[in-house]
Design a protein around this ligand. Structure first.
Ligand SMILES: O=C(O)c1cccc(C(=O)CC[C@H]2O[C@@H](n3cnc4c(=O)[nH]cnc43)[C@H](O)[C@@H]2O)c1
Length: 260
């Protein structure tokens, strides 16, 4: 029996949503906001794009394997095929229909103030490249691949609109940078903005989560709550509590957007 495109889409639309944070405090804020909604799995994968990519990929693969096994045991030939083989577009992950990178972040001054939210339009590996005598060259310029993964445009704009309509929340959209070293000087902040004009926020996991989702054929989003300004390091000025509260509030709204 062959699996049609329509059947694949129907199967994947019933899947679960995987939310990946870096640390436990972010995971717990998201879980509080989701209020026990069982369609979501929320995991803390560790800090940085490597941990984020590895843990996300393993989680997606084990969910797909579990879904395939369960469907095969239930004798559901069509769902078993979709989950286990990934036949057709976007069906490679079986159990998950969407992956979200979520957590706190630095906001670029004038674009994303402390306590506000950012929904990424794209996830950019901002320091993936080489230094040359003429400055930084990205992997794109070198022909080694792409440092940019697009967020699911329809879901990102639906989420931003819904968050923006909620009382007390300020929302921006734009590219979110993934860095392996958090910015600590005005010079580095300016360099990031030179490389990515319009950069809205900076964190350390989005591109890693996105590349795992991309390899599994799954759409991806990045949702960030701003705890600090990108620029000269001033740990005392970080407002982690405010950011975690904004992340929790945003997570209550996630359930509404993803039900539509
Ligand atoms: O100390 C705490 O209580 C605490 C609670 C929640 C999160 C943290 C973190 O330090 C999370 C690290 C995480 O935050 C992202 N982040 C935040 N600001 C920036 C930034 O300016 N540049 C880069 N990354 C930033 C990042 O994704 C880290 O994984 C502590």
């Amino acid at each position: 029996m062959s699996v049609t495109e329509k059947e694949v889409q129907e199967a994947s639309s019933h899947g679960r949503v995987l939310i990946v944070t870096a640390v436990d405090a972010e995971r717990d804020a998201v879980l509080r906001g989701l209020r026990g909604d069982e369609r979501f799995d929320v995991i803390a994968a560790g800090v940085g794009p490597a941990a984020a990519a590895a843990v996300t990929a393993v989680k997606i693969a084990s969910a797909a394997a579990g879904a395939g096994k369960a469907a095969a045991e239930a004798g559901d030939h069509r769902a078993g095929l979709v989950a286990a083989t990934g036949e057709g577009s976007g069906a490679g992950a079986g159990a998950y229909r969407l992956v979200i990178s979520a957590g706190i972040a630095g906001g670029f001054p004038g674009r994303a103030p402390i306590g506000s939210l950012v929904v990424a339009t794209d996830m950019i590996a901002a320091d993936l490249g080489v230094e040359t005598p003429d400055g930084f060259a990205s992997v794109d310029e070198l022909g080694f691949g792409s440092s940019r993964i697009l967020a699911d445009a329809r879901l990102a704009s639906a989420l931003a609109a819904k968050l923006g309509g909620a009382a007390g929340l300020t929302v921006s959209t734009g590219p979110v940078l993934t860095v392996t070293t958090a910015t600590g000087t005005a010079a580095t902040a300016a360099e990031h903005l030179r490389r990515v004009p319009g950069a809205t926020a900076e964190a350390m996991e989005g591109f890693g989560v996105a590349i795992a989702a991309q390899h599994a054929g799954l759409p991806v989003l990045e949702l960030r709550a701003i705890s600090n300004a990108v620029g000269p390091r001033d740990r005392d000025a970080w407002r982690i509590g405010d950011a975690l509260r904004a992340l929790e509030q945003a997570s209550t709204i996630l359930t509404e957007v993803l039900s539509s």
